[in-house]
Every structure is written in C-alpha cells, then in structure tokens.
Design a binder for this molecule. Sequence first.
Ligand SMILES: [Zn+2]
Length: 108
Amino acid sequence: MADGSRERNEALFRNVNEQIEDLSKTVPPDEPLMEFLCECDNRDCVEKISATRAEYEAVRSVATHFIVVPGHEDPDIEHIALQNERFRVVEKEGRAAREAEEGEPGET
Ligand SMILES: [Zn+2]
C-alpha cells in the first residue's frame, strides 16, 4: 500500500529539483559590480576597475595581491595571479612583496 505514495514522493522531488534548476538559470548574480581604483604602480593612474565586493575582498585578503587594469601589471616586480575580462590580480615579488607585507611603501 505504500508503493503509490513512494512514487509520488519521487515525482515531487524531481519537480522541486527542476524548479531549483530553473531558478538558478534565471536569478542574476546577486553581487553588483562596484568601481575600484586601479592599484598599479603608476601614481598618476586614475583608471577604474569593475569588480564585486567579494572579488575585491579576496584580493585584499592577500597582502601581496593587488587589483589592476589589464595591461597595468609590471612584470619586473609582479606576476599575474588571476585575470578575467574585467581586471587582473597581480602578486608582488621580492622587495615589492616585502614592502607590501609590511604595509609601508619603501620610497615616498
Ligand atoms: Zn593603473
């Protein structure tokens, strides 16, 4: 006598899963893009980067990581740790990395 109800349950779960799948396709990313200033070494640079708060916080969570406009990286002192169509994340190397970790620009 339980057979009928079990089939109904499976159909119900399948329906719920299909609804979840539909929702995940239509719901836009909940993180709005924000504007951040390029963090490259050019002090005159005023270019802006579009990133979500979560993306920027992920960059800031690593002392040697900085967010820059594509093309603003300096291969002499840093390498690209992450990149997408909106921005690049550079990881400082050597002396620049130590300065970044200490939080003090060595020359100013
Ligand atoms: Zn820049």
